[in-house]
Design a protein around this ligand. Structure first.
Ligand code: C5P
Length: 288
């Protein structure tokens, strides 16, 4: 059996530049992986089918599951006759803006590359990953990166300065597709200053990283789900250094660099929210 860790990501910034003729949006995002992860176990089987099971009662076990899709694409592309049994130990909340499904697909690609002795590089796996979902290439490498295009054009960045990430997910699910469909690019008033976020990371400047965090999808999701704004305002009232929605939401995260304040914020959130996590950012991506 082979096991792979599948960490969640957060967006330190997310900008939408324009809508493309293929229906996707041209993005500019700074993303980083955090120490909240699913675990993917891959076992060889006697038959040729792909079998998916998980610790979550609600995950589909067919093509709607991105880990299944990853295995199916890899099998088809490289003419693999072997089957595989995939077990997903789910820790990342589902449809939360944390790339849980994409990271499961990325970990499945990395793991099957080993299990089936394919000898593919991460760059080669990323080409297949991009067909599965826009965040899959980033999740294959992990770490911290500037992502452009649909999200698949990646430039690695230094890890953020050490700090705590506190996450709170309101009890709703958000469809990324719907958020992008509702977004009117010409109505975006405040675009993130992405070069300044990149500079903050290069200079390991925590205050600047907090200051230049921005997500243009926040206003769209918050208009549809006012509880997301309420969660963000709560975090800010608790005295965190910054609070922002991740991806298309609904998870909101806060950054803090004083250990002593983390427990206070987590306990305050637990008073009204079941899905609360306090984790570290990951310093390293996947080793090539
Ligand atoms: O690539 P993925 O399947 O994760 O994207 C989900 C949906 O989000 C897409 O169907 C598309 O509607 C929207 N999207 C977009 N532009 C991107 C990424 C995603 O419009 N760059």
């Amino acid at each position: 059996m082979i096991s792979e860790k599948a960490p969640a990501k957060i967006n330190l910034s997310l900008d939408v530049l324009n809508k493309r003729s293929d229906g996707f949006h041209e993005l500019e995002m700074v993303m980083t992986t955090i120490d909240l992860a699913d675990r993917i176990d891959l076992c060889e089987t006697a038959h040729s089918a792909i079998h998916v099971a998980s610790s979550s009662g609600v995950l589909p076990s067919d093509e709607r599951n991105l880990a299944y899709l990853a295995a199916a694409r890899l099998k088809e592309r490289y003419g693999i006759s072997q089957g595989v049994s995939i077990y997903i130990q789910k820790k990342i909340p589902i449809a939360a803006g944390l790339a849980g499904g994409s990271s499961d697909a990325a970990a499945t690609l990395r793991g099957l590359n080993r299990l089936w002795h394919l000898g593919l590089t991460l760059d080669e796996l990323a080409v297949i990953g991009a067909e599965i979902g826009s965040d899959v290439p980033f999740c294959l490498y992990g770490g911290t990166a500037l992502a452009r295009g649909r999200g698949e054009k990646l430039q690695q960045l230094p890890p953020p300065p050490p700090c705590w990430v506190v996450l709170a997910k309101p009890p709703i699910s958000v469809s990324t597709k719907e958020v992008f469909q509702t977004l009117q690019v010409e109505d975006i008033r405040d675009h993130p200053r992405t070069p300044l976020m990149v500079q903050a990371l290069r200079e390991q400047n925590y205050e600047a990283m907090c200051k230049f965090s921005c997500n243009v999808l926040e206003s769209v999701t918050m208009a549809q789900h006012p509880e997301v704004k309420a969660y963000k305002n709560c975090l800010l009232r608790f005295g965190v250094d910054m609070a922002l929605m991740s991806g298309s939401g609904p998870t909101v995260f806060a950054l803090l660099n004083q250990d002593t304040r983390v427990n206070r914020v987590v306990n305050a959130l637990r008073g009204f929210c079941n899905d609360v996590y306090a984790v570290r950012m990951l310093r390293e991506g996947v080793q090539k």
